[in-house]
Design a protein around this ligand. Structure first.
Ligand code: C2E
Ligand code: MG
Ligand code: MG
Ligand code: MG
Length: 286
């Protein structure tokens, strides 16, 4: 009987592997389709200045039109297949186009961040592509921000440094995303050309529960002493906003202020204040 159940277990395992593979193939197909048929869209999450509650910038986040698959599922597939290269260029081009569109509607330019995953650091032509798009739309490079995660830094340090330095030479700003999740090495902060640290949601959450208070305060102090700005991510509660503000966190982003929104929903609130210290969140959260 043992042999029998062992075989069943094996078959079950094999079945599961087939399912995972099928899902990957399906996502790959959807991505190919989206690339060919304008099937991607961007949503923009406002970033607020802690002191005023005003919107001071946005993060562009990728979505598939008409399908509820989120980036945490399709970005890894896109990385594996190499589709992340053309997808990443589309994200950059579309973001710059949208920034120009807001400006052309009479709104002041505000920084917009895009995310880069590790494979995109091997996109040799990305610098030239970004520079050309910025020039074409007359957007000063300082308004484009690039977010890279710590895990990217762990992979290939010499190449990564070169890549980031080239972005900085153009004038593009660099933010270290999801800080505090992985192997947060403070050493990166001293030799990489980083202008902003984005504290991960898990850290902000623990801070709310009075855990990680010393860690949080140390990161903020260290960041500031290295002339970096600090943004807290995933802020969902008023109490969290108050505590982070008190600790000297410069900017915040999270559902408390607003969810990521399609461009046409950003336009009417572009210059809004999303929170004031003595009131509940106002405006764009939905
Ligand atoms: P990320 O860059 O750390 O983005 C923040 C994620 O947290 C977003 O998820 C955002 O919708 C979500 N979020 C924002 N505020 C809150 C909050 O208050 N509570 C909670 N629970 N979540 C919040 P999203 O859009 O699903 O993206 C997930 C990840 O996928 C991103 O993490 C980023 O690493 C990656 N990603 C998204 N768009 C792109 C892209 O265009 N290119 C690349 N390479 N990666 C992308
Ligand atoms: Mg990000
Ligand atoms: Mg993040
Ligand atoms: Mg993330």
């Amino acid at each position: 009987q043992v042999k029998h159940s062992g075989k069943n277990h094996y078959m079950y395992f094999q079945q599961e592997m087939i399912e995972v593979l099928k899902e990957k193939v399906e996502i790959e197909r959807r991505l190919t389709e989206a690339l060919a048929e304008d099937g991607f869209r961007l949503v923009y999450q406002p970033q607020v200045e802690s002191a005023s509650g005003n919107i001071v910038g946005f993060e562009a986040l990728l979505r598939l039109k008409g399908i509820a698959i989120l980036p945490d599922r399709f970005i890894p597939v896109a990385e594996e297949t190499g589709q992340i290269i053309p997808i990443g260029r589309w994200v950059a081009g579309e973001t710059i186009r949208q920034m120009a569109s807001w400006r052309d509607q009479g709104l002041p330019l505000k920084p917009v961040a895009i995310n880069l995953s590790s494979k995109q650091l091997s996109d040799e032509g990305l610098h030239g592509y970004l520079q050309q798009k910025l020039l074409e739309k007359k957007i000063p490079a300082e308004y484009l921000e690039v977010e890279i995660t710590e895990s990217v830094l762990l992979e290939e340090s010499a190449d990564t440094t070169t890549f980031l330095n080239r972005l900085r030479e153009i004038g593009i700003r660099i933010a270290l995303d999801d800080f505090g999740t992985g192997y947060s090495s403070l050493i990166y902060l001293t030799y990489l050309p980083i202008q902003k640290i984005k504290l991960d949601k898990t850290l902000s959450d623990r801070f709310l529960k009075d855990e990680s208070v010393e860690v949080m305060n140390s990161i903020i102090t260290l960041g500031h002493s290295l002339h970096m700005e600090i943004t807290a991510e995933g802020v969902e509660e008023l109490e969290q906003y108050r505590k982070l503000k008190k600790s000297g966190c410069d900017f915040m982003q999270g559902y408390l202020f607003s969810r990521p929104l399609p461009a046409e929903e950003v336009t009417p609130i572009y210059n809004s204040r999303l929170i004031s210290d003595n009131a509940s969140p106002a405006g764009a959260s939905q």
